[in-house]
Design a protein. Structure first.
Length: 279
């Protein structure tokens, strides 16, 4: 069963790595062995996400989490912990699989989901962001991105995917981050490359909103912007400024890991942290 899932991931070109990492500080992630679900605890608060599935679906341990078979007709799922996030990847093995997946989202009292781009932010009673659900994605076996979107019914997150003309298997996922702060992590060589591109575009005078990341010409910088905006809809110019200021005032080491908080507020600079934050 895990081989079937791994083949679907490879065919779709899904990679567990990214050019920079979003992480949630002060949080612990627990993945269920009984059903496709996970919870993230931060202090005394807990957020959770679970895929509606038959209670008797079988599971198998994987290095990155746990795989579940037959969660729906011709559908498998993988639950994994990635960079402070809980992620459930649904794998539709054929056109007999349902194109709609329903995820129950559990939040602490007083917190709610609010739309943020194509995803959602989690906010508390004061309106402060405490976490996020990244924008949805779906890919078929050729690596082609498929039209997909979220609907919200109460605290049930529904992902709908248009599989017309798709080559199966198709993989799709929501990713939940929750905690006392959301952080951006990158290696020194990545920070250097990003800043060079920012400067080439006009430095911090290059202003882009989260709704316009598609207009960023450099592919790597575009992916970074979309990664940040997937965690929270924030002022990207502040992030660019912090990166440029760090580059101009710090002796950047390629093999060092650098981190900055982006939620609930953007830090003024990146600081050196342990390499595990970037791994």
């Amino acid at each position: 069963m895990t081989d079937r899932v791994d083949r679907a991931f490879a065919a779709a070109g899904v990679d567990s790595t990214s050019p920079a990492k979003i992480s949630v500080g002060d949080s612990k992630i627990s993945i269920s062995s009984e059903s496709p679900s996970a919870s993230i605890s931060a202090g005394k608060k807990v957020a959770s996400i679970s895929l509606a599935a038959p209670s008797k679906s079988s599971s198998a341990y994987r290095d990155t989490g746990r795989a579940f078979s037959r969660v729906a007709p011709d559908t498998d799922a993988v639950v994994r912990s990635e960079n402070g996030s809980a992620q459930i990847v649904s794998v539709m093995q054929s056109d007999a699989a349902p194109t709609q997946q329903r995820y129950a989202v559990g939040l602490p009292a007083g917190e709610k989901l609010v739309p943020s781009g194509s995803g959602f932010k989690i906010v508390d009673l004061s309106g402060k962001a405490t976490g996020s659900i990244e924008a949805p994605w779906a890919k078929d076996a050729t690596g082609k991105s498929l039209p997909t979107r979220y609907l919200l019914e109460g605290n049930t997150l529904i992902q709908e995917t248009d599989t017309a003309g798709a080559v199966f298997p198709v993989v799709a996922d929501p990713k939940l981050t929750y905690g006392l702060g959301v952080y951006l992590n990158m290696w020194g060589y990545e920070l250097r490359a990003y800043v060079i591109e920012i400067i080439a575009l006009g430095g911090i005078g290059f202003v882009v909103a989260c709704t316009a990341t598609g207009y960023i010409p450099n592919p790597a910088l575009k992916i970074l912007a979309q990664l940040i905006c997937g965690a929270a809809s924030i002022n990207l110019t502040k992030v660019w400024k912090a990166m440029v200021d760090t580059y101009n005032t710090t002796s950047i080491k390629n093999g060092s890991c650098y981190q900055m908080k982006i939620v609930p507020s953007v830090a003024s600079k990146l600081v050196t942290v342990g390499s595990s934050n970037c791994s």
